[in-house]
Design a protein around this ligand. Sequence first.
Ligand SMILES: [Zn+2]
Length: 89
Amino acid sequence: MSFLLPCPHCGPRPVDEYACFGEVTTRPAGESPSLRDLTEYVYFRDNVAGVQREWWQHRDGCGEWFLAERDTRTNEVLSISEPEPAPPV
Ligand SMILES: [Zn+2]
């Protein structure tokens, strides 16, 4: 498997330069989520056969973390974006 993935800073690079950290998940809402909701959040993924949003890091390049929408069937990268800053705690 080889394809080009565009880094927001470096431009298109071979996917071998990156680390993929899987699909973007959403933390359960509320201050006291149920054990079931937490278990699903930590352990289960949708594993979509199609377009999914994923975390990537340009590990062997600039080190940047970013989000990519990728079609898992074709490895076509539809878009990339930088993550929103974390809200203040
Ligand atoms: Zn880069």
